[in-house]
Write a protein that binds this ligand. Sequence first.
Ligand code: SF4
Length: 271
Amino acid sequence: MINQKQIALNKLNDRIRNCSNCRLSLTKQNIICGEGNLNARLMLIALSPGEHEDKECKMFIGPSGKILDKLFHIAAISRDSVYMTNLVKCKLPKNRKPKQDEIKACSLFLDEEIAILSAKIIVPLGYYAARYILKKYASDPPLARTDYRKLYGRLILLNEKKIFPLPHPATLLYNPSYTEETAIKYHKLQILSHDCKWYLMCPMKYYFEYGRLEKKWIELYCKGDWEDCVRYQKEEKGDYHPDWMLPDGSIDESLRFFFNRLNFEKNSGIN
Ligand code: SF4
């Protein structure tokens, strides 16, 4: 059965395929629409189709696609489990940089795609996609290109939206020496694909539900990069950690007080 998301996306894709809003429509062979799992938790956004993609009308099938497949394989992620799209839907001639007016014309489609998909985590690949997404959600997006590189592999929470910028796989075509560090960053896609296995029994869940803990802790760790959580790491090693230790390893005394009060009430039958 076709669901509402699919219907909305089909309508959007029809408009995209008939687009002539910028000069790139004159030089492309095909316009490449997004593809993948419409209910995916992760939405990957690359810059634009390359030569192979333009010819065969499919995403990531050229040399960058082969690298992406390798990175997915290392991360134990399948293409079917994510949704992938481009900031600019037509090929850029000779792989030149996109012009501002081209990004402006085409990103209107991307904005609609993001709204339709409502994926939990947006994963911009490379500088142009990361810059667009951060400008869209951040009040003070970085200015310098080098500042974007520093964000690769870091989960960011902006206005309720989780963003996880990654280097574009094409980077490894020119700099194969970055393969290992890039693979480590892509490995996080596997982590971000599901919640922490301890979440249902973790005291952080209860503190949050009792209104004692900010949502950011849950989003950034328990339903985000739980591998980075100090509580998770200690749990895995069987190391002691107090119930009022936060995911970053700091101690919150107000949680200790709340925890002791809850226990007291439970033991004395007040609840
Ligand atoms: S606080 Fe850490 S251990 Fe607990 S559910 Fe969240 S990520 Fe897992």
